[in-house]
Design a protein around this ligand. Structure first.
Ligand SMILES: NC(=O)c1ccc[n+]([C@@H]2O[C@H](COP(=O)([O-])OP(=O)(O)OC[C@H]3O[C@@H](n4cnc5c(N)ncnc54)[C@H](OP(=O)(O)O)[C@@H]3O)[C@@H](O)[C@H]2O)c1
Length: 316
């Protein structure tokens, strides 16, 4: 089968398109014929081996796993022993946290997969796993967002942010979206009640108070969370020094600030599917690349300027 591979750390230019062995289905796993993928910041972090501590998980001097990629959508071709939730022919989407998704076939544990809604398409559903789970878990699992509450989402136009805006609206929140001025109309079109352009107003001086602050960009200071929020969730990070400084201050402070790494599970993937079926969630795909253009897609996501998501199709 064809796969997007890496044998050393580096930028998108080191990625190869290679012929590799098709995986065998394992116990409690699904063998999936991949139809589409999407790109996430995690892909270029893993590709570059940055931040450095990530190499403890992904290989110190060179990558442990040759195939890149987390998010996928496709068709179940075989089910392993012990699989109870899926059958051959099911259309599924999910996340491979260790990599292995950017290939014609991937072998994924059944507990990191969800059933695709009947009418949905592969590129759309491939855009949901990491970004959608992160948005859902930031708002609901960690942010404890309730109907009628206000939430400020910093970094509201990117992969996680634009799904967070829609999910917060679906749960009945009043959404204040922070993005660059070029994306103001976009975030309003997907449901934000109010939008703040961070290149027109200094968010570090913004004085209004909200029930929850979700920072997908990761540039808010500890003082920003305390000034603007009653609770906070840190999702993204701009650099390690900034992140550690916020977490250290949080360790000594009393403000309820959560930081987490999103995890795939059947329940949350099914919740994302339900939001799609109910018409409350729709990923915005800025561009769909062919699988042969995966290095370009990763290079684009690395610019951190994506509006919504970028997808890669195995049918193009
Ligand atoms: N904790 C977790 O489990 C988890 C999971 C997934 C992702 N993440 C992290 O979350 C972050 C976002 O991921 P993503 O997939 O949404 O990335 P993305 O799709 O690349 O989006 C980046 C967004 O950042 C916005 N941005 C850039 N500078 C900004 C600023 N100064 N203030 C506010 N927004 C700004 C951009 O919007 P404009 O063009 O409008 O500026 C762009 O839409 C990344 O750091 C990623 O590593 C964490």
């Amino acid at each position: 089968m064809k796969a997007i591979t890496k044998h050393k750390y580096g930028g998108p230019e080191i990625l190869g398109l290679e012929e590799v062995e098709k995986p065998n289905v394992k116990k409690n796993h699904l063998l999936i014929r991949v139809k589409a993928n999407s790109a996430n910041p995690a892909d270029w972090h893993i590709l570059r081996g940055k931040p450095f501590f990530a190499r403890f998980a992904f290989g110190f001097f060179k990558p442990k796993y040759p195939i890149l990629g987390s998010d996928f959508a496709g068709i179940v071709e075989e089910v392993g022993q012990g699989v109870t939730k899926f059958k051959v022919g099911d259309r599924v989407f999910g996340e491979m946290s260790g990599g292995g998704a950017f290939a014609e076939y991937t072998c994924a544990p059944e507990n990191v997969c969800g059933l695709m809604p009947d009418e949905s398409d592969y590129t759309e559903m491939a855009c949901l796993p990491i970004a959608g789970l992160t948005a859902l878990q930031a708002l609901i699992t960690h942010g404890k967002l309730k109907k009628g509450e206000s939430v400020l989402i910093n970094g509201s136009s990117g992969g996680v942010g634009h799904l967070a805006v829609q999910i917060a609206k679906a749960y009945g929140a009043n959404v204040i979206a922070v993005c660059s001025s070029k994306n103001i109309d976009f975030v309003k079109s997907i449901g934000a009640n109010k939008a703040i352009a961070y290149d027109k107003e200094n968010i570090h001086l913004h004085k209004e108070k909200y029930d929850l602050i979700v920072d997908t960009n990761g540039n808010l200071n500890y003082a920003d969370y305390k000034r603007m929020g009653k609770r906070g969730v840190m999702v993204g990070f701009t650099n390690m020094v900034h992140m550690i400084s916020v977490l250290l201050k949080n360790g000594f402070g009393k403000f309820p600030l959560a930081q987490f790494t999103a995890e795939a599970n059947n329940k949350d993937l099914n919740e994302l599917s339900k939001l799609i079926i109910d018409g409350k969630l729709k990923p915005h795909i800025e561009k769909t690349y062919s699988y042969t253009e995966t290095p370009e897609a990763i290079g684009y996501i690395e610019s951190m300027r994506t509006r919504g998501k970028v997808a890669m199709s195995w049918d193009l």
